[in-house]
Design a protein around this ligand. Structure first.
Ligand code: NAG
Length: 133
């Protein structure tokens, strides 16, 4: 590799490291549960239909409605009970449209549609990593 190659290589490594770090600093860990359709009416949008990739926010992220409309990328990172093989690969982006009133059984209450993309519905509850998307 020539000198320029080394510089470019180093530059790319730094960019990748920054991306990984910024993702980590914004990432939170918690738990997710799910709820069944219909997903309307919702606490944020009333009878307005925002699709099926939606979620209810617990007090962990609700912040007196400030969470309404925020998108979160959510990934399953493990089981929260004894259910075998709780996680599926990949992640989903959901929009907060509702409030999971306290005591909520998880930090994010995913729609059944969203939960089933990242986890086994039979698990009911899983550990997640989530960050603003
Ligand atoms: C969230 O989950 C709980 C417990 O399963 C459920 O009772 C509640 O109605 C759900 N809804 C929303 C929108 O958070």
């Amino acid at each position: 590799m020539g000198a320029l190659g080394v510089v470019i290589h180093g530059f790319i490594m730094v960019i990748i490291a920054i991306c990984l770090m910024s993702e980590e600093t914004n990432a939170a860990q918690g738990t997710a549960i799910f709820y069944d359709p219909p997903y309307i009416p919702s606490a944020c949008y009333g009878r307005q239909n925002l699709g099926v990739m939606v979620a209810g926010a617990s007090d962990a992220i609700w912040r007196n409605r400030a969470a309404c409309g925020k998108n979160y990328r959510v990934r399953c990172i493990g089981g929260a009970n004894l259910a075998p093989h709780p996680c599926k690969a990949g992640n989903v982006v959901v929009k907060i449209v509702d409030y999971c009133s306290s005591p909520c059984n998880g930090d994010i209450n995913l729609s059944r549609d969203a939960f089933s993309k990242i986890a086994d519905l039979n698990a009911g509850k899983v550990k997640i990593e989530y960050f603003p998307a």
